[in-house]
Write a protein that binds this ligand. Sequence first.
Ligand code: SF4
Length: 589
Amino acid sequence: MSNNPAFTESQKQYLSGLTFGADVARAVKGLPVLAGSASGGTSLSVGGGGATVDGKTVPYGPEKIALDAQAAAISAGKKLCKEELAKQAKNPLDMWDEIIARSDEGKFPKGNDVFLTKFHGLFHVAPAQDSFMMRLRIPGGMSHAWQLAGMADLADRSAGGYLDVTTRANLQFREIPADQAAAMLYGIRELDVISLGSGGDNIRNCTASCLSGIDPDELIETIPLAKKMHHYILNHREMYGLPRKFNIAFDGGGRIASLEDTNDIGFRAVRIEPADSSEDLPTGVYFQLTLGGITGHQDFARDTGVLLRPEECIQVAGSIVRVFVKHGDRTDRKKARLKYVLDDWGFDKFIDAVEKDHGKPLRRVDAARVTVVSHEDRMAHVGFHEQRQKGRFYVGVVLPVGRMTSNQARALAEIAGEYGNGEIRWTVWQNLILPGIRERDVEEVQAAILACGLDYRASSFRAGLVACTGSAGCKYAGADTKANAMTLAKALESQFEIDVPINIHLTGCHHSCAQHYIGDIGLIACQVEQGDDMVDGYHVMVGGGWGGRQGIGRPLLKSVVFDDLPALIINLIDGYLAERQVDEPFVAF
Ligand code: SF4
């Protein structure tokens, strides 16, 4: 397997350390893989009373953090929020036995335990569905065929028979009965996947550029960095003591954006060209450190002026998280994200604190010396494209609003194993990429994708359609976002065949899981009064973007009944097509 020329050097290295070749072979032949896939790649050591970082003992774990936070809140005349008190009363990391016992009794958690159980990736989503949703951690969004085949089996056995791809290049199972929670926790671990820290106040799935290693244009591979970050988190107990959730992304400067500017920490690959280099800043690839992205609060990650070598990123991220752990707001959930520490302190004070934790100064470089490259192609996540490796192609498969049935998942695993290099890469655009396809196999892969009811082609609308779970599975939702997204795409496709991508993001509530503020058209759900009834509706925003077209969507209309929305958006696009200048993108309109 690791001699396959479609693999990049780093992938070969990774694979040579593992022993799952037999499992891959079994998986791609459609045989069950849940038992015996013991590659043992995931380790976790968050038990005990502290953590060791760079040989120094870090004298704080979640319990001490909570106590310190309480003391600070009291001395400031404030009270800890109820979630902090719940974490203090019971360390969520120590709930394994309790969760298993509750599952054996066929019961869902109650009260504070609903929140605390999310630390293990299990969300009781009643009243939308009286079941668990389970979110995984798939660093860099990379899975293997044998894992996907196993997850499809697991979805059939213990969940709803389907899998959802999230906007963090991750997977979620839904409709898990109370008595199947333990089976899910055991099942994913058998597949070398974990869910710890994928919910609650934790660092969520670490993302990277999904074409890492195969992109002809990228500056650097980023999936290996996302994997290292993931393992750093798992093995440092203090990474589990946050005031609120936290996102980290790496972008390698290639064709498909990782949306690093929407993360709390965004590492963006840039170049120092010979003309801008010096003895202490040699020519090469670095990462710009950007901080404080949270588009639901209408803010992108901003450049700190710090430039890092790739090998410095993980330790610096650890220091950033530790400063946030110590100084984040634990009294007001709405002000508990990193952005608010940065707003309060300013970058200089914050970076000083990071340097203190890191034990050495960080490299600050004038932005004028940094070359930011952009190779983004907004349709590169869909269809067949040649890889950096000559004669090899990847295909971006479209998933209708991120969902695939377990049969489709098994079929994709088979295609990846038979025609690709055995990898499946999930994207932040809620679809997937199968790399390593030989040119001679392209037609067969096209037929195999169509045969399982999926497609590798997409209209300009469907390629950029992003929808959160919505009211079919999330109690916070104001509307059925996934169903509405499909209706909307159909209506637009019946009217237009356009030559520019137009992203439409439908999000169910202010939590902004589908990032409505960065869509060309952003929709946030609400309930609208219609006669005696309340019906699905949306507030409409336009002009959002990311990366080089970065912008927060501007409010256009409030409380539009969903039934009226397709006609309204058709009018909007009609107007754009009639009035646009040559090459004028929708975002500028
Ligand atoms: Fe649920 Fe709101 Fe997230 Fe949609 S945006 S999945 S409604 S929390």
